[in-house]
Design a binder for this molecule. Structure first.
Ligand SMILES: [Ca+2]
Length: 332
């Protein structure tokens, strides 16, 4: 079985994968997958379904849709009668989704998240909670409007829905602030950071899900994005990296035999503005690992043997560099 990764038609999930690989410290926060399936197979995408967008029966439920729980807690002691809370996030108004003549459901703007008082599979009311609905728009609420109805209800579990993917890793933030009473200002109670991913099921030859594995080694890898990442990273480690390590070692042995004055660490290999050099954070082994992930076995960096008329030299294989250039174009 061969796994490989294609550069075409992938932006944000791919960018995520590359960050995952290239940056050792990923500050993604909570990972959330965009709610753009059609879980109940009624032709309405989940981000437009289940909350009464239109007064038609098919818009009233989105069975099996799952959101990510988020817990809000009022610090104690606090006066529920006087306390206010403020919610700040990139809120997309569910009732402003529109349809077009092709039957598509269009989000109103570039905003990426929604907070709900109910789980995705429950029948929801898309109006704002202050209008009697279940959507928590950004803004200020009395404690009671937010759901903190009495002294014993200091902890509320609500739900996050992502409707668009992140543009950067960890770029989404939900800030929750509390004003204990009118004498004080709002003070930060808590914030969470998120990265929203769009699952993309391109299939052959562009691969499956976040790490674009092709073919996916199991159903679990296909449908469970955590497993997809785990398997993609494992594949990068072995065979991609192990083979790249062996390849570069072999090339260096040859170079030592032919031209000992040309050690690999003296050379910089540049792909789409990104430098790879032995002894730095990005090495020739990394470049070969990336290329190997695309399925190709011919190495992108190699020692060109000396001949009777030409000295030996370190080279980039021009015919094999396109994929590494594409990947490096995603590095910010
Ligand atoms: Ca649906």
């Amino acid at each position: 079985m061969e796994l490989h990764c294609q550069p075409n038609r992938m932006k944000s999930p791919y960018r995520f994968a590359i960050h995952y690989v290239c940056s050792r410290t990923l500050r993604a926060g909570r990972i959330i997958v965009c709610n753009d399936n059609d879980t109940d197979h009624d032709g309405i995408p989940d981000y437009a379904d289940g909350y009464g967008l239109f007064d038609l029966p098919e818009y009233q439920a989105s069975t099996n849709t799952l959101f990510v729980p988020i817990v809000f807690e009022l610090p104690a002691p606090i006066d529920h009668e006087r306390a206010k809370v403020r919610l700040t996030y990139d809120a997309s108004d569910p009732m402003r989704v529109t349809t077009n003549s092709a039957g598509g459901h269009l989000l109103p703007d570039s905003k990426k998240l929604r907070l709900w008082t109910k789980e995705g599979g429950e029948a929801r009311d898309g109006r704002s909670a202050v209008e009697g609905g279940d959507f928590l728009a950004a803004g200020e609420y009395s404690a009671a409007e937010f759901g903190f109805t009495n002294e014993s209800s200091c902890v509320l579990t609500y739900y996050i829905e992502a409707v668009r993917p992140s543009e950067e890793v960890g770029d989404l933030r939900i800030l929750f602030e509390v004003q204990p009473d009118e004498r004080a200002g709002f003070m930060a109670a808590d914030a969470v950071r998120l990265t929203a991913l769009q699952m993309q099921y391109f299939g052959n030859p562009n691969g499956w899900s976040i790490f674009q594995l092709d073919p996916p080694p199991s159903d679990e890898t296909l449908w469970n994005w955590r497993q997809n990442i785990a398997d993609g990273r494992a594949h990068l480690a072995d065979p991609c990296r192990t083979e790249a390590v062996d390849w570069i070692a072999e090339q260096e042995r040859q170079q030592q035999l032919e031209e000992p004055t040309k050690p690999l660490e003296n050379y910089i290999f540049t792909f789409n503005g990104v430098n790879f050099q032995k002894g730095t954070a990005r090495t020739p082994i990394d470049a070969c690992t990336i290329q190997r992930y695309n399925g190709a076995t011919k190495r992108v960096i190699y020692w060109k043997n000396k001949t009777l008329t030409q000295p030996g030299s370190w080279e980039i294989n021009a015919a094999r560099r396109a994929y590494v250039d594409d990947v490096c174009g995603e590095i910010q």
